[in-house]
Design a protein around this ligand. Structure first.
Ligand code: NCD
Ligand code: ZN
Length: 348
């Protein structure tokens, strides 16, 4: 078994950078590892137009550590008012890498999302025509649907029909959490691919609820069963081109994670590549980490993989518990912070 692995530098296809002081503190955690990352648009107010995205991209670039060549990739928060001409402009000018669909109220800052998918037909037609991918938070928001069934019902009711209505529209089902989603993506690839987070490779709903309630393990979509978790690990470590890395790193201040109701979202960036490496190592699949982390994502998004490399080594280290934002009085809990991790990023 190898104690060191060198792979092409990975990209993160799903990150919440936030804005202001939170962004200043969190963005370097992604930039230390990843060359590019999809910047989620669920700010308040959301990133809805090409101009919004250009302005946000400038703020993200300004938050990079000195000398960093990290590049944020921008997404457009879909609403019923999204203008097909504006998304085409954003795509042609190299601003938008994808559209982002939030069913209204599905998750943090999704209040302005979509209630009626049919009202986006002109947007989807245009995206299909120009080759702009659609990424989505795949959860059904009908209140009659049990929270553990939201992903599977979204696939049946919404995503399946959407792939048939727009067969040329490239899609990404974000943060897969169920065996059903794993199977759907494999069956619908190359039209649909899926991202998998580090925490959904490790956690089940029993970890979140079975040993005292753990809001630090609470994110949308919520973790599911052990059978689902195993299906996610098998999918990730398969190296199949339909699955790739997206951390859904979603920082919230500690006080918001501990309040009632607790905020949904797990800040995964500081420990993500280390945990992916551990999961692949335990599965005896380190040789497929590069496909998952560095090759499959750019291929699906129609981009070239990165040329430079990173090295990971099997060395135990203790992850910090929190990241300070503007002083330690406001801090963000880190996924698996305070615990001993088995892999770390080697110094460049
Ligand atoms: C994300 C956030 O905090 O912005 N929360 C989460 O639970 N994952 C939003 C999202 O991706 O659902
Ligand atoms: Zn997210």
């Amino acid at each position: 078994m190898s104690d060191r692995i060198t792979i092409r530098r990975p990209d993160d296809w799903h990150v919440h950078f936030r804005d202001g002081a939170m962004m200043q503190a969190c963005l370097p955690e992604t930039a230390r590892v990843f060359a590019r990352a999809i910047a989620m648009p669920n700010l308040t107010p959301p990133v809805r137009t090409t101009d919004d995205a250009i302005a946000y991209r400038e703020r993200l670039r300004a938050a990079r550590p000195a000398g960093s060549s990290f590049e944020p990739l921008m997404t457009c928060y879909l609403t019923h008012d999204t203008d097909p001409d504006d998304i085409e402009r954003g795509f042609r000018e190299g601003v938008f890498a994808a559209l982002k669909l939030y069913p209204a109220h599905a998750t943090t800052n999704a209040a302005e999302g979509v209630t009626d998918l049919n009202r986006l037909d002109r947007v989807f037609e245009r995206a299909e025509k120009i080759g702009l991918p659609l990424s989505m938070h795949g959860e059904e928001v009908d209140p009659a649907i049990d929270i553990f069934d939201r992903e599977a019902v979204f696939i049946d009711r919404r995503l399946g029909p959407l792939t048939e209505k727009f067969p040329g529209l490239k899609m990404i089902l974000e943060h897969l959490t169920t065996a059903a989603a794993v199977d759907f993506v494999r069956a619908k690839f190359p039209q649909v691919a899926g991202t998998i987070t580090p925490h959904h490779l490790e956690l089940t709903r029993t970890d979140m609820l079975g040993h005292g309630m753990r809001p630090d393990y609470y994110c949308m979509p919520v973790a599911k069963t052990e059978r689902d978790r195993r299906a996610l690990v098998a999918a990730a470590v398969s190296g199949e081109p339909c699955y790739f890395l997206g951390t859904d790193s979603a920082p919230h201040p500690l006080a918001r994670k501990r309040s009632i109701p607790a905020a949904a979202g797990i800040f995964a960036a500081p420990t993500a590549i280390e945990i992916y490496a551990d999961v692949f190592d335990r599965a005896g699949a380190l040789d497929r980490l590069e496909a998952f982390a560095s090759l499959n994502g750019p291929r699906h998004y129609g981009m070239a993989p990165n040329e430079d490399q990173i090295t990971l080594e099997r060395v135990e280290w203790q992850a910090p518990e929190t990241l300070a934002v503007n002083g330690p009085e406001e801090c963000v809990p880190i996924y698996r912070g305070g615990q001993t991790l088995r892999w770390r990023l080697a110094a460049a």
